[in-house]
Design a protein around this ligand. Structure first.
Ligand code: ARG
Length: 602
């Protein structure tokens, strides 16, 4: 199914040729969704931009174009407005046909990519022996959403967890544990991540204060890198410890990742430096090997170096990213590599990309993108901290979201005198709590900082997860009523039933008919999902999808307020039930792409 804009663009281009000749075959129709419904559904300002080239007034050009355009099957006759805009209003019959087509399509009209790519999404990526922090949470949520959308569009996505599992900190930690807690280096589960983080802090302090310890730690790194059995085993235990705790968070968030940490690229690091040297890009500066960067200068205006090998021979974060970049292109066959980290790493990635480009390691058809995001702030706009001033543990943050959601549900049940099982309450609290955290994050433009507020994210009104989940539940309520009405009227509704059984009964018979304004508005919105997702695939801004879904539920509510559904006469009744069904399916699909499951009841 060709999207409406694609079809209109096509017709527009044909009209340009008919009106002004072949020179205009490539001219941009400049067709966009109309900013205001009073201008119709789509608007073109091509006439204005062609005025100079054609040497005619824009309105005359516009008149000329509409004389030649053939969109009779799609739109009402196009209208010239203002300085020379052309407005298009879609015909109800066309909209009906389109809605009926998506109704029969399990992808709801969302096309798969014409050229599926191999895409690496590098996200989450916490550091071993440290707690995952809110920055990692944002990366996990945003990265997962981007991966889901690209997967749905048919790309081959490799979701990589580039965990920080290598480097000098391990020498320090192992050296310290040998003294303070030797059991931790040989026994599984001797510590939990909390202990590990505390020991890490102590180790760091020793490292900073004690020269002799520093040397021991250094030697420990060398032993580890040389593959010494005991150091290697200790390192593995530390990694496993962290990994288990990270996994709990991923399970709770329902996020899937393939771990391929920094250590993986360790054997590839010497070649990065050698190859940069061969290419003549490497400069030795006070013993460190580096590449001087274009466009990055210090305060004195001198070019800054990107160090790839320190004077002690060690490699660093940037070297690893260069090796990883090469590996992902050469071995993984990536056409696109997306890095999801906070905006604080903008320079790091710009520098790594620059060096890789100058080394010709990024072929022209490979796209590397740093997807940045802002900070999560506590109430009052300061850095998010616990009451006692500690950094917030992710696990605690998610647990609290679930607990708050649970409190809300219990209050509601009491108010409504509703009885539900513990199991039901647990399930709803978990889904609502986790979804609220995810949605609060995804619904902002990712580059803005946002204030983390349980009250706001759990509110039933506004652009929140509970609001969206409710919108879906409402459609399922209609579905259940429909089911009841269509089976023996005396049967009680099974309160635990799942799925859209009621709407399911409708398929095959009946069609969507669009008459009322609210029906037309809803239908037009339903048809935009494909455009929203294809734009998202390029811009990687999940808030666009949230906005789309939020507007969808608003338009659905309007429709449902103004148009009787179950009480309507046939053929309207079936048509409207079908509209409810396709709205429900669109909400469910859209939310699933955000990593949010739906509830049948809540
Ligand atoms: N471990 C890093 C951090 O916590 C993030 C890694 C991001 N990915 C990468 N390829 N550098 O800041």
């Amino acid at each position: 199914m060709n999207s409406t804009v694609a079809q209109l663009k096509n017709r527009f281009q044909q009209a340009l040729v008919a009106a002004f000749g072949n020179d205009y075959a490539e001219a941009d129709p400049m067709l966009l969704p109309a900013s205001n419904p009073k201008f119709g559904d789509y608007q073109s300002n091509a006439a204005l931009s062609l005025a100079k080239k054609l040497g005619q007034p824009p309105r005359a050009i516009a008149e000329h174009i509409i004389k030649h355009i053939d969109v009779n099957d799609i739109c009402q006759p196009p209208v010239v407005a203002g300085a020379g805009f052309i407005n298009f209003t879609l015909k109800p019959a066309y909209l009906e046909a389109q809605v009926n087509a998506i109704l029969a399509d399990s992808r709801l009209g969302v096309a798969t990519a014409k050229n599926p790519q191999r895409v690496v999404v590098d996200f989450s990526s916490p550091n071993i022996a440290k707690e995952m922090h809110v920055g990692h949470l944002r990366s996990t949520i945003i990265g997962d959403c981007i991966a889901r959308i690209l997967e749905f569009r048919g790309h081959d996505v490799l979701r990589l967890n580039h965990v920080g599992d290598w480097g000098t900190q391990f020498g320090m930690l192992i050296a310290y544990l040998r003294e303070a807690y030797p059991a931790a280096l040989t026994t599984q589960n001797a510590l939990d991540l909390g202990d590990l983080v505390a020991l890490y802090r102590q180790a760091k302090q020793r490292f900073d204060e004690d020269e002799e310890f520093k040397e021991t730690a250094r030697q420990e790194v060398v032993r580890l890198q040389a593959g010494a059995e005991d150091a290697r085993r200790a390192w593995q235990l530390l990694c496993e410890q962290s990994r288990r705790e990270f996994q709990q968070i991923y399970d709770l968030l329902d996020v899937y990742l393939t771990e391929r940490g920094e250590s993986f690229y360790n054997p590839l690091l010497p070649a990065v430096v050698e190859d940069l040297d061969k290419l003549g890009l490497l400069v030795e500066d006070s013993g460190a090997k580096c590449v001087f960067l274009d466009g990055f200068t210090n305060k004195a205006g001198e070019p800054l170096p990107l160090i790839v090998q320190k004077s002690d021979g060690g490699y660093n974060y940037a070297t690893t990213d260069l090796a990883a970049l090469r590996y992902r292109i050469q071995q993984d066959g990536a056409n696109r590599i997306i890095y999801v980290t906070d905006a604080g790493q903008t320079n790091h990635f710009a520098q790594v990309f620059q060096v890789a480009r100058r080394a010709c390691w990024i072929p022209d058809d490979v796209d590397v993108v740093h997807v940045t995001f802002g900070l999560v702030l506590g109430e009052g706009g300061k850095k998010l901290k616990t009451r006692s001033g500690e950094t917030v543990r992710l696990r605690d943050l998610l647990d609290e979201a679930i607990a708050s959601a649970r409190a809300d549900i219990e209050t509601r049940l009491k108010e409504d005198l509703r009885q539900e099982t513990e199991e039901f309450i647990d399930h709803v609290a978990t889904v609502v709590g986790i979804s609220a955290v995810k949605y609060a994050d995804l619904s902002q433009n990712r580059n803005s900082n946002y204030v983390f507020s349980y009250d706001k994210m759990l509110a039933l009104q506004g652009n929140t997860a509970p609001y969206m989940l409710y919108a879906y539940v409402r459609t399922q309520g209609i579905s259940r009523h429909q089911k009841m009405a269509s089976s023996s009227a005396s049967l009680p509704v099974d309160r635990n039933e799942r799925g859209d059984i009621g709407f399911g009964k409708l398929s095959g018979n009946g069609k969507v008919l669009l008459q009322e304004d609210t029906e037309l508005v809803l239908a037009k919105h339903l048809l935009q999902l494909n455009e929203v997702l294809s734009e998202l695939e390029v811009e990687l801004l999940p808030n666009r999808l949230c906005q789309y879904l939020y507007e969808l539920s608003g338009k659905f509510n309007k429709f449902y307020e103004e148009c009787p559904v179950l009480e309507a006469e046939e053929p309207q009744r079936t048509s409207r039930l079908l509209l409810c069904d396709v709205t429900a399916r669109t909400l469910k699909l859209g939310l699933s792409l955000l990593g949010i499951p739906v509830l049948e009841r809540m």
